[in-house]
Ligand binder design. Sequence first.
Ligand SMILES: Nc1ncnc2c1ncn2[C@@H]1O[C@H](COP(=O)(O)OP(=O)(O)O)[C@@H](O)[C@H]1O
Ligand SMILES: [Mg+2]
Length: 325
Amino acid sequence: MTLLRIEDLHVHFPVRTGRFGGTPALVRAVDGVSLSVAENETLAVVGESGCGKSTTGNAVLGLAPVTAGRILFEGQDLAGLDARARQKAWREMQVVFQDPVSALNPRRTIAQSIAEPMIIHKWAAAKITARVNELMSLVGLNPDQRDRRPGALSGGQRQRVVIARALALNPKLVICDEPVSALDVSIQSQILNLLMRLQRELGLSYLFIAHDLSVVRHIADRVAVMYLGVVVEEGPALELFATPIHPYTEALLSAIPLPDPHMRDRRDRIVLEGDLPSPLEPPAGCPFVTRCPLAEDRCSQERPKLLAVNPSHKARCHVRVTNSN
Ligand SMILES: Nc1ncnc2c1ncn2[C@@H]1O[C@H](COP(=O)(O)OP(=O)(O)O)[C@@H](O)[C@H]1O
Ligand SMILES: [Mg+2]
């Protein structure tokens, strides 16, 4: 069953550019994104910094304004719910951000940090103590460490504390916004393995945000690749890694280091030149046109639609996907 459905989401931020009070302008951070996450599924959202991944997650959590479009949780449009029902839906969605240092109050003990959501929901003290111990064991922390402060922990242990707190109220969906990007590479796979085990044991769904594809290779069931506020390709993870369609997905894939030197030599490396264009002035046609090695005339004139290449795999590219598919 579909747990979360995002329909044609737009998030535009009014800003002022230039000097002397500036000229009003609009940042099109998210510009028509549709995604869904099924129960017990991991959807990875991948793309360069600034492409709108966090804003998409934040809109789901009520932390960014929805300019247009709908967000449905368990089939219900969040905008149509009364305040109480919306709070209940948000309790079923939790978030793990990139930086466990800023997510944890340095003066609080681990137990106090994990207990925060239960205190807000006025649980009895004895029940909180028991649940904190249970959560610490669940995420691989020794309950003996409950009185330590974040400063005494490693980065990986701090992220385990953040994950324990996110799970305190038994959410159904966890939005993981680059949860391993701030960690040492050697620790990243431990946290990814933990998230995968928790998903199996608790039946969780993840909206898993990352800026490179290598991080999501093992954890993702499906992958959506974002570029400049839109999804340019979406499909089952295995298929997208094996047969990418969009040239941007190819470029992201070619940036992943390969362990086998033969494979490395055989593969053409696609190097992306320049930066992501400004979401204040996105290109008129295909958003990727300014950096695309395949760009043709119509790519700078007409915006390609996200079209299906098979029932589960879609891409937005004039050159690679045509209407006849
Ligand atoms: N509150 C805001 N006001 C203005 N612009 C914003 C705001 N939040 C994000 N943006 C802009 O929206 C774009 C997408 O940002 P974000 O969703 O954080 O990207 P990502 O998470 O993919 O790195 C960026 O250009 C960013 O500068
Ligand atoms: Mg982000």
